[in-house]
Design a protein around this ligand. Structure first.
Ligand SMILES: N[C@@H](CCC(=O)N[C@@H](CS)C(=O)NCC(=O)O)C(=O)O
Length: 374
């Protein structure tokens, strides 16, 4: 099999582009990155991407177009023998769990630290917003419109004046727990990145590891996370600073204690939000009556409400979270008895066990580069 050169449609500051980019770098796939605003993209690529303008989208030299970061990673994993899916079952389960938590579960701090610190970030952000608009007189006006839409999205993910202190408090704890992990291990599961590392890099690079305000927080309070972010954007394993230069997953299907501690912190909003979102989406499905198979999944289908340390958070209920979570649940279903008991004990200890029962009444698939209801 020959790996082809690819064009990655994305921009430096895009959360989801960061996940696909890191994968391409680590997998050694030749690519060039372009903003999704060229004539070629709009006329040739976008129609093949289901008509959905979204970053990342990948175009291969044979004309194949793949929209969606998970689908891009799936494509190459499938072609190359799954080099970033741990071969051992427990590690494979936790890799998938981190993929969904990383890609979908840290949008509040990512958006808050980007859009609610204008003194530190605004000039930097407007420079970057200009990258996704077509060149011309109206560029800055359009950049302003994109920024306004992103501020609205920040609120829809659950950040507002009543919740922002809590978002900051929780992110401080999450960053500290990540820092303790990456002080001991170069990647989530040892000396080699797994699918979960790519999910986690999505919020931790483009937003939280790059915008001025959160970057300064990370450099002050999460140096080991900062180094992991660098490592995730380098071709080599970059184990500088570690005595152990073993570039493999931890022996014996081990799940490190620091990772379990991190999951306990991440569970605090990820679990109640996921349970609340499942309820809202399932009620929405029930209300649809005839939801024809093949109908495109909307980004959100209503607001879910959940309690977090005495504060009510109201956030968009997004079906896509369950598309990724199902893959984690499928890994769980494939575990043998001994491994299942071990995973159960870990999930109980970090309060993540309820996720196993958070399912939708309709499954989500993909067709023509779009997520659809099956
Ligand atoms: N599920 C997609 C989400 C992609 C996504 O939301 N990308 C953002 C940029 S980071 C975007 O393009 N937003 C504009 C839109 O969706 O219209 C993935 O994982 O790739």
């Amino acid at each position: 099999m020959t790996l082809q050169s690819a064009t990655l449609y994305g921009v430096p500051h895009s959360l989801y582009t960061g996940r696909a980019r890191s994968y391409l770098i680590k997998a050694g796939i030749a690519y060039r990155e372009q903003a999704p605003n060229t004539d070629h993209y709009l006329k040739e690529v976008l129609p093949l991407a289901g008509g959905r303008l979204g970053m990342p989208t990948l175009e291969l030299s044979d004309g194949l177009v793949i929209r969606d970061g998970a689908a891009i990673i799936d494509h190459f994993e499938g072609e190359t023998g799954h080099p970033f899916s741990p071969p051992m079952p427990k590690q494979r389960f936790f890799s998938r769990l981190f993929d969904v938590i990383g890609a979908e579960g840290l949008l509040r701090p990512a958006m808050h630290y980007r859009w609610n610190f204008d003194a530190e970030n605004l000039e930097f952000l407007m420079f970057h917003m200009g990258m996704i608009t077509p060149a011309g007189d109206t560029t800055m006006e359009m950049a302003g419109k994109i920024a306004a839409a992103m501020r609205r999205a920040t609120v829809s993910f659950g950040v507002n004046p009543q919740t922002s202190d809590l978002v900051e408090q929780l992110y401080t704890e999450q960053l500290a727990a990540m820092d303790r992990h990456f002080a001991a291990h170069a990647y989530l599961l040892g000396g080699r990145p797994c699918i979960g590392d790519f999910g986690l890099i999505a919020p931790m690079f483009g937003h939280l590891g790059r915008d001025p305000k959160p970057l300064s927080l990370m450099q002050a309070n999460g140096l080991n996370v900062f180094r992991w972010g660098e490592r995730m954007n380098r071709r080599d394993a970059d184990l500088v600073g570690f005595d152990d230069d073993d570039e493999s997953y931890l022996d014996d299907d081990a799940i490190p204690a620091t990772l379990i501690d991190l999951l306990a912190v991440l569970s605090q909003d990820f679990v109640p939000e996921t349970l609340a979102a499942a309820e809202v989406i399932n009620a929405w499905i029930a209300e649809q009556g005839e939801l024809a198979p093949g109908t495109e999944c909307a980004r959100g289908v209503g607001l879910c409400k959940f309690d977090m340390r005495g504060t009510t958070i109201s956030a968009l209920a997004q079906p896509y979270r369950f598309y990724l979570l199902k893959r984690t649940q499928d890994e769980y279903a494939a575990l043998g008895d001994g491994d299942r008991q071990a995973v159960d004990a870990i999930l109980e200890s970090c309060n993540m066990a309820p996720l196993l029962g958070a399912t939708l009444t309709r499954q989500i698939g993909r067709k023509n580069n779009l997520e659809i209801w099956l």
